[in-house]
Design a protein around this ligand. Sequence first.
Ligand code: AGP
Length: 609
Amino acid sequence: MCGIVGYIGDGNAKEIIVRGLEKLEYRGYDSSGIALNCGGSIDVRKCKGRIADLEKLINGEVFDSHVGIGHTRWATHGAPSDVNSHPHCNIKGNIAVVHNGIIENYVELRKWLKDNYNTTFKSETDTEVIAQLIGVYYSGNLMDAVYKAQEKMKGAYAIGVIAAEEPEIMVAVRKNTPLVVGLGKDGNFIASDIPALLKHTRDVYLIENDETVLLTRDNVTIYNSAREEVGREVYRVEWDEAAAEKEGYDHFMLKEIHEQPKGVLETLMRRLDENDNIRLDGISFTKEDLEKINRVYIVACGTAYHASLVGKYAIEKFAKIPVEVDVASEFRYRDPLIDEKTLFIAVSQSGETLDTLEALREAKKKGARILSVVNVVGSSVTRESDDVFYTWAGPEIAVASTKAYTTQLICMYLIGLYMAALKESITEEYYSYIISELKKLPEKLEKLLESEPQIEEIAKKQYKRDSVFFIGRGTDVGISYEGSLKLKEISYINSFAIAAGELKHGTIALMEDDTLVVALATQDKLYEKMLSNIQEIKARGAYVIGMAKESNKRIEEQANDVIYIPDCADEVSTVLAVVPLQILAYYVAKFRGCDIDKPKNLAKSVTVE
Ligand code: AGP
């Protein structure tokens, strides 16, 4: 939530910062702004709306500036407006701050500043408090003032700060929200995420919690909370700028849907050796460790939660260990039974989702071993986990998660199979069969993507709908949830997913003439049962889009439209079944004229409760 950028160097600060913000717009897009040090005074330009609106505002303005900060916002404190947009300044206007996160004690601090310094505030934001606080402590040494302000601030924040009187430095702090530093040839950078830096450098420092960074044109120095200098290895980003570009696709979401064969292949191949044994490079999880575990929780939010449901299926089916799955926002507050015999698996694309992170901390505090399944290297979840199982999806920019999800599914299968191999709870033949089915998925995904025009046609017929139901059985239940979430988040159609067997316990009351239902019947084992469910809703007049494996043609007798996925083992059909639903959601949203990559009210990483 919110993206921050900062630059100090020989280049044109305005251009570099605005281009960087464009790459972070997925993090929040209700307002944006920049603050530049222009010859010893700070110029701020900011407005409500997209970065394109900011660009219009500053179009033609020339700033002689080589140091500055920028922000793209997802509102928490105060509605999106020009005045609430970042950067924020102190009363004197000689300090400017951009902030991602939340200052929990900002009400208290506002009062303290009013009572003691007669401070007046322009905005309703918590961020303005940071600028004012640094302002009252500032007497010519920005580092000092930032350290003093931190002593009073509670909450989560990544901030970038500049001072009018010190044009040769920029200061940044990380506390529980992401911050990376880019090391360029002609200057240095701060950003909430790597894509903002890739135009200039692939060499970065991953900043840790409670670290303060002092940047000059030629130097970057990292300090801990005791103001001691700390060393850091340069992290070389493996992907380049092109990986974070649309590459000819209309939207990132469509590009990312098409990257799934590659992401799945990559995630598999990084974990399989030449004999198809699962390698846990960097993870030390032994048979003895597994024997100590008597409870597994998989905890996540949104799409990652839907992947966790498949994790439960895979671990229970292969490793025969009971698993509980929970949404992180609920898990945190339900006083779950956790001790040192608990394995806690956190699943997160961004690795920054606050609810997931807090659930992880809760589990860790009580002694659980933490394994995380994460896409973003070096993110908060990875730092706080004992072991990390990366999804190799590459950068996911669209707010609607697609390739992160399918690669999370692969990780879930691999974790289940690894535990099964340790426990010897499945036969070698069955293990080899599932691995071989997993290895066939990239090719089958390629084939499945060829049905995009057919799914586009279906979307064209249905995009004006007000509501849609998704039903399925077994692993198709989780896929129904995911298909429904994908549709509602980008097309704003009211969609609802339910286990098909549950329909007759209430929801079938809503079935009437022409009700649209997407019915998933991708598992041989449950195929007949699903055909009966389809028959039941058809009898009430529903219009059914069915999905089945290509050998299971009888669904054509029931459904109005049918989407086929390639034949595969029931166990792994999830990875294929979700793809047509992603494409359906994409085209429905496109026909409705929605802003697909940046749906309203959402942001890519949710770093607030
Ligand atoms: C996915 O399409 C959503 N935008 C959302 O549900 C997302 O999966 C959720 O916020 C969790 O994010 P994470 O994977 O980064 O933790």
